[in-house]
Design a protein around this ligand. Structure first.
Ligand SMILES: Cc1cc2nc3c(=O)[nH]c(=O)nc-3n(C[C@H](O)[C@H](O)[C@H](O)COP(=O)(O)O)c2cc1C
Length: 170
């Protein structure tokens, strides 16, 4: 799929089929994270692939705004070295690349913000000094959301030309 088409069509997905995602696709998604750009090329990330159903259930129970992690085919916990000043930006870029590459293979995902991080860190044996940025659930979408119109502000509201306040018309 063309990158622009992926961006236009991709929607966040939180209900997943009970169907495994082949490991070559999981690996491709990880590669998309690994190959992402980062400040000073520090690559401050670590990715933990979680496939175990019981662990996914436990993470779901520890995620107030993402209980659907429990139903994912797998999840990727994104962990960062917080001494790298730009780790939030770097890991967000890696996450977006992973989610787009997954979408291109028909695999849905959704960012989960509210997670009991200390407890999930213990569950996944993440060292205390590392920051758990997020846990991304992945899986084949249960309800096809492709093609659904996105609810976004129009360009006329958010794009300016040359200086702030001059609306971009083209
Ligand atoms: C930083 C961030 C945190 C988010 N946290 C949650 C969350 O905790 N739970 C959830 O269901 N969705 C969460 N989302 C998903 C957003 O609700 C979603 O990206 C937005 O509604 C647009 O969805 P769409 O692309 O399907 O239209 C989060 C997204 C971002 C970027």
């Amino acid at each position: 799929m063309d990158v622009f088409e992926s961006v236009v069509k991709r929607l966040e997905v939180k209900s997943y089929l009970d169907k495994p995602v082949p490991m070559n696709i999981v690996r491709e998604i990880l590669e998309a994270g690994r190959l992402s750009p980062s400040a000073m090329n520090l690559q401050p990330w670590r990715f933990i692939v979680v496939k175990d159903k019981e662990t996914l259930k436990k993470i779901g129970a520890l995620s107030p705004s993402g209980p659907y992690i429990a139903d994912a085919a797998f999840a990727i916990a994104i962990v960062a070295e917080p001494e790298s000043r730009w780790y939030q930006i770097d890991t967000a870029r890696a996450a977006q690349n992973m989610m787009l590459v997954a979408w291109n293979r028909g695999v849905g995902s959704r960012w989960v913000g509210s997670i009991k991080r200390d407890e999930v860190k213990k569950l996944l044996a993440i060292p205390a000094e590392m920051h758990l940025v997020t846990v991304l659930p992945f899986g084949y979408p249960k309800k096809p959301r492709r093609g659904t119109k996105k609810n976004r502000k129009p360009l006329s509201e958010i794009a300016h030309l040359e200086r702030y306040g001059q609306i971009f018309f083209h």
